[in-house]
Every structure is written in structure tokens, then in C-alpha cells.
Unconditional design. Structure first.
Length: 308
């Protein structure tokens, strides 16, 4: 008598390409930026290091989101991607012009502290501007929440890559204490020349993740409001205000001059904690609500949709 063994279900190998993309890109970016400092404040290498490191972290976040939302199965994904690119370019250019112009405003809003506060509403408005126009007047297919979230992610991530690259390219290397002896001074300057751009690159890599995490959280609420026929205007205003407040808090408090005056490493630690909290308490809870129930089994438990 022959027996037939029951076929075991195939094992699904869970790979995490996002982790390796981020790790490889950040390491290479830090090395390139540090080399730029060692070679005498080479801005081209600073920019390349910032682009590689910030870009890798944001691409990794995009790869993860693309898989979680199953964007590859959506009709209109290519259009949403290219519209996101256009939105990101437009958002950065307009935000840069507006923020530079705001510097001429008399009083607090024209001060350095005022620019930190204004950055939140200006940049969040610009990243959402074109996607919201397309939501209202574009093809109906772009009202699909997952497509809307993906489009806004691309917009915000591109904004972050360009901003991070510019910050690192403009890295200013501080000089060591002049009280040291000549030999000690030379050694200290050589270390600072490398350490300065490396720390700036690492800090901007962390900070630029804030752009998609904050803006996409708002976009998820807005697109869900449209799909569920809720009071769209109220949801747009509320989501935007939360995003702008989070952004301004990061720029004015965490990224302001006060923490940096206490300790050079404190802003990096504070930024890392803030971005992690935004991811856990704002980005992930909102985005996972856009994931259809039929995709729940394919996603980790923490990324399965919750009841509306």
C-alpha cells in the first residue's frame, strides 16, 4: 500500500532589501563626506556623500512602503510616481523661494527663529499642493488612497534628498580650540575636518526621513476622508495643521540653536528620537489604515489595517 505525503506549504522567505539599501548607502555616503573633509573641505564630495546617504535612507523607506501597500499591483502607479516627482521638484523650488523671501519680513517672522517656525507650514503646504490639486481635479484613479499615499511619499522623499544634499554641501567645518599647541592643533583640526561632515551627513540622513513620515501621515488621513466621503475640508485642514506643527517643532526646538549650544551630539540624538516617534505614532498608524483587508495576511502584524 502506498501513502501520499501531504505537501507542506511553501516557506516564504522574508527578505528585507530596504535594510541593506539603507545600510550600504549610508555607509558609503559617510565615507564620501568624510573623504571630502580630509581632502580639504571638498564641497563636491560633501554633496555626493549627502546625496548617497540621504537618498539611500529615503529609497529604503520607499521600497518598504511600496511592498507594504502592494503599489506594484495598482493601475496608475507609474503616473502617481512621476506626478510625485514633479510635485517634489515644484515643492522644493517654491518653498525655497518663499522661505528666502520670508527672511525680509520685519520682526520675529523674518528672524532666524521665525524661519524655523515658518518652515513647517511652508514646506508641508508645498509638498501637498500638487497632490491635492490632482485629488480634486485630476483623474479619479488618483483618489485611491494607496496611490495618493505613494504619490505624496515620492514628493516628500525627493524634497528630502535635495534638502539633505544642500545641507551637507554647505557643511562648515569648525576650527579646534586655538589654546592647543601647534602639533595638537593640527591633529585636532584634521579630526574635526573629517568628523564635521560625517556628523552633518548622519544628522541630515535622519532628519530627512521626517519629510515623508510627516507628510505621508497627513496624506493618508486626507485620501481616506475622500474615499469614505467624510468632511474633506475639515480633514485637509486638520491633517495639514498637525503636519505643520510637527515639522515646526522639529525645526524650531530640536533643530534650533539651543540644543546644539548644549552639546554637539545632542541634536542628532534628539532628531533620531523625534523621527522614531513620528514614525511610530503618526506615519505608521495612518498609512496602515489605507491597506485593504485582503493584504493583511501578507504584512507584518504591526502593518495590518486597523478598523476605521
Amino acid at each position: 500500500m502506498s501513502t501520499t505525503a501531504s505537501a507542506a506549504p511553501p516557506r516564504v522567505r522574508r527578505s528585507h532589501p530596504a535594510v541593506w539599501i539603507a545600510l550600504a548607502g549610508v555607509i558609503v555616503g559617510l565615507v564620501v563626506a568624510g573623504t571630502g573633509g580630509a581632502l580639504g573641505h571638498n564641497r563636491l564630495l560633501f554633496a555626493a556623500g549627502g546625496f548617497l546617504s540621504c537618498g539611500a535612507a529615503l529609497v529604503a523607506a520607499g521600497v518598504s512602503l511600496h511592498r507594504l501597500l502592494a503599489v506594484g499591483s495598482l493601475t496608475g502607479r507609474r503616473a502617481a510616481t512621476w506626478l510625485g516627482v514633479a510635485s517634489g521638484v515644484l515643492a522644493f523650488v517654491v518653498a525655497l523661494v518663499v522661505e528666502l523671501s520670508a527672511g525680509h519680513i520685519p520682526g520675529f517672522l523674518g528672524s532666524t527663529e521665525g524661519s524655523f517656525v515658518l518652515a513647517g507650514p511652508i514646506e508641508e503646504a508645498m509638498k501637498l499642493a500638487l497632490p491635492l490639486i490632482l485629488l480634486a481635479a485630476g483623474p479619479r484613479i488618483l483618489r485611491e488612497p494607496r496611490l495618493g499615499v505613494w504619490m505624496v511619499f515620492v514628493s516628500a522623499a525627493l524634497f528630502g534628498v535635495v534638502e539633505g544634499t544642500m545641507y551637507v554641501a554647505n557643511e562648515a567645518i569648525p576650527s579646534a580650540s586655538s589654546s592647543a599647541g601647534a602639533a595638537t592643533q593640527a591633529d585636532a583640526d584634521a579630526i574635526i575636518a573629517v568628523l564635521g561632515p560625517v556628523l552633518t551627513t548622519l544628522e541630515r540622513t535622519v532628519v530627512e526621513l521626517m519629510h515623508p513620515f510627516i507628510t505621508v501621515g497627513a496624506a493618508a488621513l486626507i485620501w481616506l476622508a475622500v474615499s469614505r466621503r467624510r468632511s474633506v475640508a475639515a480633514w485637509i485642514i486638520g491633517a495639514f495643521l498637525v503636519a505643520a506643527a510637527l515639522h515646526s517643532f522639529n525645526d524650531a526646538v530640536i533643530g534650533g540653536p539651543w540644543l546644539r549650544a548644549v552639546n554637539a551630539y545632542l541634536p542628532l540624538l534628539a532628531n533620531s528620537l523625534f523621527v522614531l516617534l513620528v514614525y511610530l505614532l503618526w506615519y505608521r498608524p495612518q498609512v496602515r489604515r489605507t491597506i485593504p483587508a485582503e493584504l493583511a495576511a501578507a504584512n507584518p502584524k504591526r502593518w495590518r489595517p486597523t478598523p476605521a
